[in-house]
Design a protein around this ligand. Structure first.
Ligand code: NAD
Length: 370
C-alpha cells in the first residue's frame, strides 16, 4: 500500500521564529521516524525574511508553496523597530498573516492551554485553584461576528458628535461548522463542551445556543453545557479545572482565549491552530505559537521552543488525524518539564530541582523523549 506523504510548508519568519522552528522540526521528524509516517517539509521565507529575500512579506513563491501543501507550520512575523518604516498594508502581520488567514478560509481557531503541575508557580492563580493541572481548549470562531459584520462605520451625526456602528451577525451554517470542530475536538479529549454565549441579551446568542444544542445531538458521547460569557470569564479565574473545551464566537473567543492563556504560565508554552475546510479527509490548517517574534530575546538561545513544538502536535492531530503521534509530542514535552528543564520564561529560583536551559537543549530533551 502506498503511504500518504504529508506536505508541510514551514515558515519560520522573524525574531525567535527560526530558532524555535528548528527545534520543532527536529521533534516533528523524530515523531515521524518513531511512528513511521512520511513527511515532506519545505521551508520558505515570510515576514521580514520574505521582504529581505524577495521584496514582500508573503513572497509569491511562499504563497505557492502553501497552496501546494496540506498545512502550514508558522513561526511568527514582525519586528517593532522595522515595521513602522513601511506602509501598514505591507507590514508582515497584515501582508502575510492576515492574507494567509483569508486566502485559506481559516474559520476555526484552537488555543489549548495546558499547565503541567510542575509549572504551578508560573500560573497567576493560587495553587488550590489549579487542582490536578489546568487543561482547556478554547475553540474560537474566526471569520464571523462583530469583527466582520456589516454595516461597520462611523458617521457624523452633527453637533460635533459621531455614531459608531459594528454589527454582530452569524448564520446558522457558520455556527454549525465551528460547533462540529468543537464537538470533534472534545471527542479527542475529556468529552465535555461548554458553549459560551450571551443568549439572555443577544439575538445572536439565542441562535448560537439553539444551533449548538441541535448539532450536539449528533455527539451524544460529548456532554454539552451552556454558559453566559460574563460567567465564563469569572469561572475561568475561580474554577478553571471545570473546563475541557470552550466554544466561543469570534469576539468572546478573542477575549476568553487570552484570559485562559494567562493561566498557562508563559506565552512560550502556548500553541494555536487555525483550521479551514476539510477535503478528502485532510483539514487544511495553520499552526503557530500564540506569542510573537520576541525581539528582546531573539538570537540568544533563550526562547522557549515548546509553543512551536506543541503546534506540531496540533498539526498532526487536526490536519492529519494522527492523534497518537500528537500525544507522544505532548507527553515528551511533559517529560522534559517534569525532569526539571526550564527555559528562562518558566524558570523560578524557588524550584529546587529546576535547571535553566537554552532553546536548543530544551529541543534536544523533547526530541530525545519522543
Ligand atoms: P511577543 O509575544 O513577541 O513578546 C512578548 C513577551 O513574551 C516578550 O517578553 C517575549 O520575550 C516573551 N516571549 C514570547 N514568546 C516567547 C517564547 N517562545 N519564549 C520565551 N519568551 C517569549 O510580543 P510583542 O513584543 O508585543 O511583539 C513583538 C513582535 O511580534 C511585534 O512586531 C509584533 O507585531 C509581532 N507579533 C507577531 C505575531 C504573529 O506573528 N502571530 C503575534 C504577536 C506579535
Amino acid at each position: 500500500m502506498q503511504m500518504n506523504t504529508f506536505k508541510i510548508a514551514a515558515l519560520a519568519g522573524d525574531g525567535i521564529g527560526p530558532e524555535v522552528m528548528r527545534e520543532a522540526l527536529r521533534v516533528l521528524h523524530a515523531t515521524a521516524n518513531k511512528f513511521a509516517f512520511q513527511l515532506s517539509v519545505t521551508q520558505a521565507p515570510v515576514g521580514w525574511a520574505g521582504i529581505d529575500t524577495a521584496g514582500k512579506a508573503l513572497p509569491d513563491a511562499t504563497l505557492a508553496l502553501c497552496r501546494e501543501s496540506d498545512s502550514i507550520l508558522f513561526g511568527s512575523v514582525g519586528l517593532p523597530d522595522r515595521d513602522p518604516t513601511i506602509p501598514k498594508e505591507e507590514r508582515p502581520e497584515r501582508a502575510a498573516l492576515l492574507r494567509i488567514r483569508k486566502e485559506f478560509g481559516l474559520f476555526a481557531n484552537l488555543r489549548p492551554v495546558s499547565l503541567p503541575k510542575a509549572l504551578a508557580h508560573a500560573c497567576p492563580l493560587a495553587k488550590e485553584r489549579q487542582g490536578d493541572g489546568i487543561d482547556i481548549l478554547v475553540v474560537r470562531e474566526l471569520t464571523g461576528g462583530m469583527y466582520f459584520g456589516q454595516p461597520k462605520k462611523t458617521e457624523d451625526i452633527g453637533g460635533g458628535h459621531h455614531r459608531a456602528t459594528d454589527t454582530m451577525v452569524y448564520t446558522t451554517s457558520e455556527i454549525e461548522r465551528i460547533a462540529h470542530v468543537a464537538f470533534q475536538s472534545a471527542r479527542l479529549r475529556r468529552k465535555k463542551l461548554t458553549s459560551i454565549d450571551k443568549a439572555n441579551v443577544l439575538e445572536n446568542g439565542i441562535l448560537w445556543r439553539e444551533t449548538v444544542t441541535r448539532i450536539g445531538k449528533q455527539y451524544p458521547d460529548v456532554s454539552l453545557e451552556h454558559m453566559f460569557v460574563d460567567n465564563g470569564a469569572m469561572q475561568l479565574m475561580l474554577r478553571p479545572t471545570q473546563f475541557d473545551v470552550m466554544l466561543c464566537e469570534n469576539m468572546f473567543g478573542d477575549i476568553l482565549s487570552d484570559e485562559a492563556a494567562a493561566l498557562g504560565g508563559s506565552l512560550g508554552m502556548l500553541p494555536s491552530a487555525s483550521l479551514g475546510a476539510t477535503t478528502g479527509g485532510n483539514t487544511f490548517g495553520f499552526y503557530e505559537p500564540a506569542g510573537g517574534t520576541a525581539p528582546d530575546i531573539a538570537g540568544k538561545n533563550l526562547a522557549n521552543p515548546i509553543a512551536q513544538i506543541l503546534s506540531c502536535a496540533l498539526l498532526l492531530r487536526h490536519s492529519f488525524g494522527l492523534n497518537e503521534p500528537a500525544l507522544a509530542i505532548e507527553q515528551a514535552v511533559t517529560r522534559a518539564i517534569n525532569s526539571g528543564l526550564r527555559t528562562g520564561d518558566i524558570f523560578s529560583p524557588n524550584e529546587p530541582n529546576a535547571r535553566k536551559v537554552g532553546t536548543r537543549e530544551m529541543g534536544d530533551a523533547i526530541a530525545a523523549a519522543i
